[in-house]
Design a binder for this molecule. Structure first.
Ligand code: FE
Ligand code: FE
Ligand code: ZN
Length: 280
């Protein structure tokens, strides 16, 4: 089972890997920079090189880099778009130091432009970024499924598919998807009562081969609340029985699972042990 959680990147890659091992994790997620700002620390190449050796030896990965929340590729505002392009390009460039990583981003919020224009903006930006990095990076870019809070794009599988079609149709490298259990539940998909049906729909609309990562979060809210408030595993509206089915589902069990629950390290250690205990 590939399971881990979101970790602080303040100590660098080796420190994150050591922390992961100490809590029973073999994958981890981190923010590439301040999630509510933009500045990134300079890349420590020696740390990245030491991490590559350590990860290979200990069987850690894939690592999942998460873009900052301030990156809004759907925006129509030129300054916000320039910021998104430079952050995205810089992140993919830096991730070449850790080949084979996943890079997850929230597709964005259209803020009144409408989903169609928002999707067009996201696609334009992705094409610029892939051109900036000179084609296919070693990192796989993932679109995260969203809860539909405010004017978020990615509130249903169709919007994710529309982005993929348009970007790949213009010659970009293949995109993947990160499915967030709290977000799809808040978005209205019944992963509690009908996990098979939701995954069949995902397969029909997006394709299960696109699915590269799972964010494991319980939800504080009822289905279709469009709220996006994460809860600890088993303490929310999704519940432990559903997580047992999720981690054991044949379409999901081989994927890396990343916890983003409101936990400290000790809490994550306990959740990882709990989920490993659910795996059959
Ligand atoms: Fe996210
Ligand atoms: Fe998430
Ligand atoms: Zn969330």
């Amino acid at each position: 089972m590939k399971i881990g959680c979101h970790l602080s990147s303040s100590g660098g890659y080796v420190a994150m890997a050591q922390t992961a091992l100490s809590i029973g994790a073999n994958v981890f997620q981190f923010f590439t920079r301040n999630p509510r700002g933009g500045a990134a620390k300079p890349l420590d190449k020696a740390d990245a090189a030491a991490f590559r050796d350590f990860a290979a030896k200990e069987g850690i990965g894939p690592i999942l880099a998460h873009a900052p929340y301030t990156l809004n590729a759907a925006s129509g505002d030129a300054r916000i778009r320039d910021f998104a392009e430079s952050v995205f390009t810089d992140d993919l460039t830096r991730l070449e130091a850790t080949p084979g990583a996943l890079y997850n981003f929230h597709p964005g919020s259209h803020v009144g432009l409408g989903a169609e224009q928002g999707i067009a903006n996201i696609c334009d930006l992705l094409l610029k970024v892939f051109a900036n990095v000179g084609g296919a990076p070693s990192t796989t870019v993932l679109l995260e499924t969203m809860s539909g809070k405010g004017s978020e794009i990615g509130r249903n599988f169709e919007e994710i598919r529309a982005i993929i079609d348009r970007v790949e149709g213009a010659g970009a490298p293949p995109l993947g998807v990160c499915l967030d259990t709290c977000h799809v539940w808040d978005g209205g998909y019944d992963i509690v009562g009908d996990l098979d049906g939701v995954l069949a729909e995902f397969d029909r609309v997006v394709g299960l081969k696109r699915l590269k990562a799972i964010h494991l979060n319980d939800s504080m809210n009822v289905r279709a609340a469009h709220k996006d408030r994460h809860e600890k595993i088993g303490k929310g509206r999704i519940g432990l029985a559903a997580f047992r089915r999720i981690v054991n589902h044949p379409a999901l069990r081989a994927l890396p699972f990343y916890l983003e629950t409101p936990c400290d390290l000790q809490g994550y250690k306990e959740e990882i042990a709990l989920l490993k205990g659910l795996a059959e």
